[in-house]
Design a protein around this ligand. Structure first.
Ligand SMILES: [Zn+2]
Length: 326
């Protein structure tokens, strides 16, 4: 599968060391959509940061973000109330399970410090469901989104969203109290430059909350090119707790806490890719669709195992809380 002519590649140095002292870790391709092209992940021998290199240029990367890209669809704002149906025992059970489930999901995807509502910025807000969720809690919300289609959906719901990469976002005159980026940093061309830009929009006590895949986990070492969270070539960086701490530090942020998410979605989906390699296509595909299609009860069922792995920092996703360095 060769890379189409419309995609231009560029060779970039390690953003931490500005150097190309690398070793090759693995080669892989886009497993999510089956788009053509083989990509290489290298690791900087000086600092340990892994990156996809060479990589599509910012101008031609759009080829690997189809309009039906998962996060654009899953973040479309819906009226949750409309989906609620009532009915007997099942309804009572749901009423008990829902708050527990919400706590679990919140831990996994949107684990935030306790704070009063203020101004929030979400780079990579996709179609805006998190902006909507926070606005309903009283936050004054702003978004930045690279995909025109996704950003337009959020704008149509009434939110202030800059369309384009973070690098081209206008200067916000008043700082934010909270800046969140859910599975975003690994997509950015130059995470350090972006983090410095975010720093300029923060107070001294602003929280920066980011979630990223954890390439330092057992999932990555087990599944390698079949690891679901590789998302080649859209993921340009593959962080570990150590390397994200270094990247944040160089971008002007100090890590305060790292949470290992209690989710095995990546693990199940990666196993699905392995099964497809072995020729079990139907079952394999079902498992690799797990992160996007699994219902809440499957997540609840896996929770005890996920909790156990998270205690050892071995689940495939982590959430980082950081504050500005002085
Ligand atoms: Zn380096």
């Amino acid at each position: 599968m060769t890379i189409p002519n419309s995609v231009q590649l560029e060779d970039v140095p390690c953003p931490l060391c500005n150097d190309r002292n690398d070793k090759i870790i693995l080669r892989g391709h886009d497993l999510l959509y089956g788009l053509p092209g083989e990509f290489t992940i290298v690791q900087c021998l000086d600092c340990g940061l892994m990156r996809t290199n060479p990589r599509p240029t910012m101008e031609t990367m759009g080829f690997y973000y189809p309009d039906d890209y998962g996060p654009y669809i899953s973040t479309i704002i819906t009226d949750q109330n409309k989906r609620h149906k009532s009915g007997g025992v099942l309804d009572t059970l749901k009423k008990i399970i829902k708050p527990i489930y919400r706590k679990i999901v919140q831990f996994n995807t949107t684990c935030l410090p306790t704070m009063a509502p203020g101004r929030m910025l979400e780079p990579g807000c996709a179609s805006g469901s998190f902006l909507h969720q926070m606005a309903q809690k009283g936050w004054d919300v702003y978004g930045i989104e690279y995909s025109e289609k996704a950003a337009s959906a959020a704008r149509q719901a009434g939110y202030n969203v800059h369309i384009g990469p973070l690098e081209t976002a206008p200067d916000y005159h008043e700082p934010f109290d909270l800046i969140v980026g859910w599975m975003v940093l690994e997509h950015l061309q130059n995470p350090i430059r972006s983090l410095r830009k975010l720093r300029a929009w923060a107070w001294s006590d602003t929280w920066l909350v980011l979630s990223v895949p954890n390439a330092g986990s057992i999932e990555f070492s087990m599944f390698k090119h079949n690891w679901y969270a590789l998302h080649l070539p859209a993921h340009l960086y593959h962080f570990t707790p150590e390397t994200i701490t270094k990247v944040l530090a160089q971008g002007g942020w100090r890590v305060e806490r790292i949470f290992h998410q209690r989710s095995l979605s990546n693990l199940v989906a990666s196993f699905g890719y392995v099964l497809q390699d072995w020729g079990f296509n139907n079952l394999g595909r079902k498992l690799s669709d797990f992160p996007e299609k699994a219902g809440r009860y499957s997540h609840l069922g896996l929770y005890p195992f996920a909790w156990l792995l998270s205690q050892f920092g071995q689940t495939g996703r982590m959430t980082v809380w950081a504050r500005k360095t002085q």
